[in-house]
Ligand binder design. Structure first.
Ligand code: GLN
Length: 475
């Protein structure tokens, strides 16, 4: 058991000497060891963490420690850390060692956080169940027969299983919010451009975002405060002030919350619907105003998302050609065979499927019919949100259409798997932030999450509402 809930409590205990950081780190290492079956980690930095804990303990004693001193963080293995293997969940990068550190990881290190290891994921972040990793599936800590969600399943499961304090994930179409919901933790996907993507392996560059998993709203806030902000190494990162999230969440401000029946018929499970309604009721009791809104084009989000992201992925993944980066097939007679063999051997089935789909929608005969059309749909979906955010501060929708599903249940049917992203992809199409908040369990004891969305750069609104709902649960 940990003697603290969130980092503000941890830092107090570390400062007054009632918590020993080295012991704390050893506790996490033993929890990882105890539940190896979950397969959350691809790499554990066992030696480094003890050493770093000793160094940071000293800094804390002398009052020189940073904001996140001693916070133990797991990082999705899609982000680079200099000298540490980065696989992206792919066989292709089995032996790839990056030569620089991702900006967001560097910012954590600058504030004296401790990186405990790299977490498992769907190959190149393509998936919703973590069954697409070349390094084995991740299991849901609440019930190991179920998936933890994906693609950041390792990060979500590690936080839920107390194998670290918090974790970094990425969200292109739901990969933070959906696994957060499935594992019963908080997961925030920020506005596109809020966190630098430098050092993140691109999947769909105009959708990719980096965010946080935690067991409390406070920890999400503390983490996002550090990793957000402009970075000259990423031209799509935005020069826009970062709010003081961990202070903001102390407020009990009242908001206008949008409720829409668009897409709700897609909440196939009555348990999801009832949790959604119950959360709306809680928000009313907390004094927020409920406003009915319409998102008329959200039913097209899955189609637009899978056309646009596969197009971008096919282009981004062209760099993995056998000539650069790790893998090269030895079986080839000439250059083009080397490309073909390296890619055939290195990529898994889902990645190949997406490359094929992406090159198809970008091909000259189909570009207008699919790619261009989907771009237009993306704009219309964004316009719908713009209209709504003139009326409301946040929108409440489910995170997923069902509670966690069983391992193997959807692997035979990729389309069904894609449909499980129905509530999450809209935020990435519009570039807006979203948070998944744990709101209880299904009848068979599996976690359920509800999602709040806000206008661009309004992460603070989401975190305030999340904190209020979290407090409500303690009442
Ligand atoms: N599940 C979605 C997909 O497979 C989202 C992935 C993500 O956000 N990285 O594309």
């Amino acid at each position: 058991m940990l003697p603290y809930k969130s980092h503000n409590e941890k830092i107090t205990l570390l400062k007054n000497g009632s918590l020993d950081l080295v012991e704390n780190v050893k506790y996490f290492l033993s929890e990882i060891e105890k539940r190896k079956s979950l397969n959350c980690f691809l790499e554990i930095f066992s030696d480094d963490v003890i050493q770093n804990a000793e160094i940071i303990s000293e800094k804390i004693k002398t009052g020189k420690a940073g904001k996140l001193a001693g916070m133990v963080i797991a990082v999705k293995d899609l982000l680079s850390i200099k000298g540490k293997r980065m696989t992206c969940g792919s066989k292709f990068l089995e032996n790839f060692y990056p030569i620089y550190t991702a900006t967001c990881v560097q910012r954590l290190l600058n504030e004296d956080a401790i990186i405990i290891g790299k977490t498992n994921l769907d190959e190149f972040a393509m998936g919703s169940s973590n069954e697409n990793s070349a390094y084995g599936i991740v299991r849901n800590p609440v019930n190991e027969a179920y998936v933890p969600g994906g693609s950041s399943g390792g990060s979500a499961a590690a936080v839920a299983a107390f194998q670290c304090d918090v974790a970094i994930g990425t969200d292109t179409g739901g990969s933070i919010r959906q696994p957060a919901a499935f594992c019963g933790v908080y997961g925030l996907k920020p506005t596109y451009g809020r966190v630098s993507r430098y050092g993140l392996t691109s999947f769909a560059s105009s959708f990719d975002t980096i965010g946080a998993f935690a067991r409390t709203t406070y920890d999400v806030a503390a983490l996002m405060e550090v990793i957000s902000g402009y970075d000259e190494m990423d031209s799509t990162s935005v020069k826009y002030d970062v709010d003081n999230y961990s202070e903001d969440i102390k407020s009990f401000k009242k908001f206008r919350i949008g409720v829409t029946s668009s897409l709700i018929h897609e909440a196939y499970s009555p348990e999801i619907k009832s949790k959604w309604i119950a959360t709306i009721e809680k928000l009313k009791l907390l004094g927020h105003e409920i406003v009915y809104i319409d998102l008329p084009h959200s039913e097209y989000s899955i189609a637009a998302y899978y056309i646009l992201t596969t197009a971008e992925a096919s282009s981004n993944l062209a760099r993995f050609d056998g000539a650069r980066y790790a893998k090269r097939s030895n079986e080839s007679k000439d250059l083009s065979e080397m490309y073909i063999n390296s890619r055939s051997e290195g990529f898994g089935a889902e990645v190949k499927r997406r490359i094929m789909l992406g090159t198809y929608v970008l091909s000259s005969g189909y570009y207008d019919a699919y790619y261009l059309k989907a771009q237009k749909v993306r704009r219309i979906i964004k316009n719908d949100f713009d209209k709504c955010f003139k009326q409301v501060d946040a929108i409440i929708i489910p995170t997923t259409p069902t509670p966690p599903f069983k391992i193997g249940e959807k692997t035979e049917n990729p389309l069904e798997m894609y449909l499980s992203d129905i509530f999450t992809t809209t935020a990435n199409l519009a570039g807006i932030p979203g948070i998944s908040i744990p709101v209880g369990h299904s009848e068979n004891g599996l976690p359920i999450g509800i999602q709040l969305l806000a206008d661009q750069f309004n992460e603070s609104t989401l975190l305030q509402l999340s904190r209020q709902l979290e407090m409500y649960n303690y009442l």
